[in-house]
Design a protein around this ligand. Structure first.
Ligand SMILES: [Zn+2]
Length: 272
């Protein structure tokens, strides 16, 4: 049996639940550590290739064992080993957050008897949705680097694996391309119409590409549920938080879409 065959087996037949929880949390927190770097560097146009990190204050190289997610931060008490400058809690928050988000999806996949390769879909999902959610709040944009990566890897994932409900590779690829087109055209037309009616820009090109990514990864039902749920969350979020956060009327739709696509995937794994 080769790796590909194992990836196509239900996760619960490959590893017990306990091991799934431990390893997905470790993996998720490492992914969170990397995505934290993406959130800082992508809006500035810097490379996200991992270079040895340095303390921003004393410039000492961070030792590999201090860089271990969560544990490194706790062992150092949140301070640089050399100069004792406080380390931003953002590091450990991102590691814990993505660790938890990944674990929750993995447990859901395990319970519903979904294939191991679904974990790859979760990696793609979190790699786009988490940085976009934070970057949209801070910089009010969804970087092309992330949405294009999402569209391409979403299509490739559905082509390489036969993703439910498809029965063959060409079927699976076709469903992904239909989802991609539905996301791009659907939200593009919606943005055009609402923009004309309200005589101002309602959605950015980044939002439209983001819908394309969701469609490519989750297919037509996934993108429809995500857009509906994301719109409801965005309206509810705007009404509840407008006095505090959205005074000038900008709503980070990418952030709400991120929450929506995460929840949508939890529902899709149940295959109802
Ligand atoms: Zn230092």
């Amino acid at each position: 049996m080769n790796i590909y065959d194992i990836l196509c087996m239900p996760l619960q037949e490959v590893v017990p639940l306990g091991i799934t929880v431990v390893f997905s949390f470790i993996f998720g927190s490492c992914l969170g550590s990397f995505l934290n770097v993406c959130i800082w560097r992508i809006p500035l146009g810097e490379s996200v290739v991992i270079v040895p990190s340095h303390c921003p204050k004393c410039n000492h190289k961070i030792r590999w064992f201090d860089n271990v997610p969560v544990i490194g931060f706790l062992a150092l008490g949140g301070k640089c080993r050399d100069c004792k400058a406080p380390i931003s809690p953002r590091y450990i928050i991102m590691e814990l957050l993505v660790g938890a988000l990944f674990t929750l999806q993995a447990v859901n996949i395990w319970h519903n008897g979904v294939e191991v390769h679904a974990l790859i879909a979760v990696i793609i999902l979190l790699s786009v949705a988490v940085p976009c959610a934070f970057i949209d709040v801070e910089h009010r944009k969804l970087p092309d680097k992330l949405t294009y990566f999402g569209m391409i890897s979403g299509v490739l994932y559905n082509w390489v694996f036969i993703v439910h409900p498809a029965k063959s590779h060409p079927d699976s690829l076709l469903l992904s391309l239909i989802g991609l087109a539905a996301g791009l055209i659907g939200l593009g037309v919606f943005a055009g119409i609402t923009g004309k009616l309200m005589k101002k820009r309602t959605l950015g090109a980044g939002d439209v590409k983001y819908a394309g990514f969701v469609g490519a990864l989750t297919g037509l039902p996934g993108v429809l549920v995500t857009l509906l749920l994301g719109s409801i969350l965005a309206i509810a979020g705007y009404l509840l938080l407008r006095k505090k956060y959205f005074k000038d009327g900008y709503v980070p739709f990418g952030t709400f879409l991120g929450i929506a696509v995460y929840i949508t995937y939890m529902l899709l794994w149940t295959r109802i």
